[in-house]
Write a protein that binds this ligand. Sequence first.
Ligand SMILES: [Cu+2]
Length: 160
Amino acid sequence: MRLTAVLFGALLGLFAGSAAAGDYTLGTLAIGQPWARATPRGAAVAGAYLTVTNKGPAADRLIGGSTEIANRFEFHSMTMEDGVAMMRPVEGGLEIKPGQTVELQSGSFHVMLIGLKQPLLQGQQVKGTLQFEKAGKVNVEFAVVAIGASGPAGAGQGGH
Ligand SMILES: [Cu+2]
């Protein structure tokens, strides 16, 4: 029963992956819909988000990246401490185990673009790269959504 559910989920994932724009494949890694939020004028940092699914037999690691609009590209974790959201750089990147999907999302692990050269504008496509330890580098585009949006599809609340 459990296996059926897993397989069904995997199939759904495949369909979703092939249907949606903004998805990328690098070897056995599937990268889903990189996106970022628009920033107010003068902002120095922006959060960026994506998912990575490892369809291969070996673990890989998302270790870095770049974008055309920011000087630095970091991975952050976010935890609540005494009711305050704290962000910290993640050393060594993020491991993606075989069969695992890692979500970089608002309020959790995320990409932090630091040292913005220009504001991110809604509707913009920001060119960038993602660097994996084993699979290498892939070119992606981050779709910029409205400041308050919670995902690439639009609707939702804010948060970091
Ligand atoms: Cu951050």
